[in-house]
Design a protein around this ligand. Structure first.
Ligand code: ADP
Length: 249
């Protein structure tokens, strides 16, 4: 078919902490309609790379573009407004608010006109419709009135994904979304991410290589701050270099 366009592109990004380069000249190209996994053993630099892409950290050098726009050095909030959806291992939920309230807040937080109380940028009815759609998507329909903190850990991860998707981002960055989940929950969250990636490309950061091999289309393997391999799941499976770093860790 048609070659998919590049949505999120990092070129030669580096992050130094003193003399130490946690990320050293890394390039990642996340394309349309792809589930792209960023994997590597502990200490490889995955979290630092994730933080460089989302704007939590500014790169020491290199470029990051989101849908063709430069984002390196901008604030995480600004980058989120430009279409970077983020889902964290530590969820960004308000545990004492209901599921519905959490989703409504996320929708309103992404609405650039929200700060002006005189302009109802999105009517309440529209926000409620959008919230319903998101909750149906993540499989939490019927849980609107439950306190977010009362959901199972898997339920909280699903809600967190819903919040990240609330404003239809151009790309979804997900940091170890399967970590700490039961087998059944992993299946559910994994399927959802796969489904999401048909519409919104996903960059999935994951330590466990086996978990992503069944999900991902494309894999970037990092080791010691550098890209060790960039290719298909089959490429990664067949690579002796990749096997070695995982056995060594
Ligand atoms: P991963 O997510 O793949 O486990 P990290 O990005 O967390 O890897 O860390 C990569 C390396 O960078 C590790 O050696 C870590 O100790 C180091 N590192 C990460 N953050 C900092 C920091 N703020 N200051 C100094 N070193 C750091």
């Amino acid at each position: 078919g048609q070659p998919a366009g590049s949505v999120l592109k990092a070129q030669q990004i580096t992050k130094s902490f003193g003399a130490f380069k946690a990320v050293d000249g890394v390039s990642i190209d996340v394309r349309d309609r792809s589930l792209h996994a960023l994997i590597g053993p502990n200490g490889a630099g995955k979290t630092t790379a994730f933080n460089l892409l989302s704007g939590i950290l500014a790169p020491s050098s290199g470029e990051v573009t989101l849908a063709g726009q430069q984002v390196a050095g901008l604030s995480a909030d600004r980058i989120a407004q430009m279409g970077m959806g983020r889902s964290f291992q530590i969820t960004s939920l308000f545990p004492d608010l209901t599921v519905q309230e959490n989703v409504r807040l996320a929708i309103q937080a992404g609405d650039p006109l929200r700060m002006n109380p005189w302009i109802p940028a999105k009517g309440i009815a529209r926000i409620n419709d959008q919230a319903r759609e998101i909750l149906a998507w993540v499989g939490l329909a019927g849980m609107e009135g439950a306190k977010a903190g009362s959901l199972s850990y898997g339920g909280q991860r699903l809600l967190d994904l819903g919040l990240a998707l609330a404003n239809h981002p151009r790309v979804l960055l997900a940091d170890e979304p399967l970590a700490g989940l039961s087998v059944a929950e992993r299946e559910r969250v994994g399927n959802l991410i796969k489904q999401v990636s048909a519409d919104i490309p996903v960059l999935l950061v994951e330590h466990d290589i086996d978990r992503v091999f069944n999900l991902a289309d494309h894999v970037t393997v990092m080791n010691e701050g550098k890209v060790l391999l960039d290719g298909t799941v089959d490429d990664a499976r067949a690579s002796d270099k990749v096997r070695e770093i995982y056995i060594g860790s």
